[in-house]
Design a protein around this ligand. Sequence first.
Ligand code: NAP
Length: 292
Amino acid sequence: MPITHRTGLLGIIGYPIGHSLSPAMQNAALEATDLDMVYIAMEVPPRRLSPALGAMRALKFRGFNVTIPHKERIIPYLDRLTPEARLIGAVNTVLNRSGRWIGHNTDGRGFSSALSEAAGFSVRERRVFILGAGGAARAVAFRSALEGAAEVTVANRTAARAVSLIRDLAAGRFGLRAVPLGGPPRGWREAVRRADLVVQATSLGMRPDDPLPLPRDYIRAGQVVCDLVTSPPDTPFLKGARGAGAITVNGIGMLVHQGAISFKIWTDREAPLDLMKAAVVRVSGARSARIR
Ligand code: NAP
């Protein structure tokens, strides 16, 4: 479909943004559904956030995704938040509804759909160990609480962030056991081993020289282990977990499912999940080949 002055604008803001797989994934979905819309990547450094958002309002963007470092900073610019985005304290999807900007967070739901699809796993009444306390970890922690997890442990290099996430979870009165752990991974062995689900939600594993986020022998057979890193899709941590007999799930499923939920929010149409996944695998595969 030709792009004209009538074409609806969607996109993603972040800094840096060159690594994002969302343009390939969302444009594949738009093309397949024959919608007159286009999705573009926009590099927005923090000091340019305010003018960039002003321009997007003026250009009547239909909606957009938000990624690092703007997921929390965007909140004051929005007219309303969904209850889940408010709980998490971060927004990854904005909908322009008749000029009012509504902030959603689709990461948690994307995570839980991906786990269900890849491993038939539900967190209900299960023990969840989350490594990391950033935006992705917060989305996973609150989604786990909303879906009835029995226990959520958050372990993070910076202890204060784990404590703060657990405090926010406890304030939600979900009736689960919530435990913060800080400091080096050495003391975390028991907590990892008692978990039914281990979620790697730090950025470790994206660079070839990164250390393993957890020692290999902490993982036990039968556990479900999910690494949210998408590039590379099969991280050294996941390979080690598979070697230990765990069921492993990579970050691609969450990326595709959160994107599919965003697509539905903007277009009111079901997203073509298989096509979106194929686009992500194609682009991330081509990039990994170039890096090697
Ligand atoms: P973030 O808010 O910047 O948080 C980063 C987390 O990683 C923090 O817990 C941080 O610990 C930890 N960390 C960073 N470097 C570390 C190191 N050298 N050693 C130990 N811990 C380290 O980032 P985010 O948005 O949560 O993203 C985290 C990861 O999830 C990224 O790889 C991102 O690509 C991925 N992600 C995937 C999806 C998906 O759809 N698959 C969606 C969102 C995010 P401190 O607090 O101590 O700094």
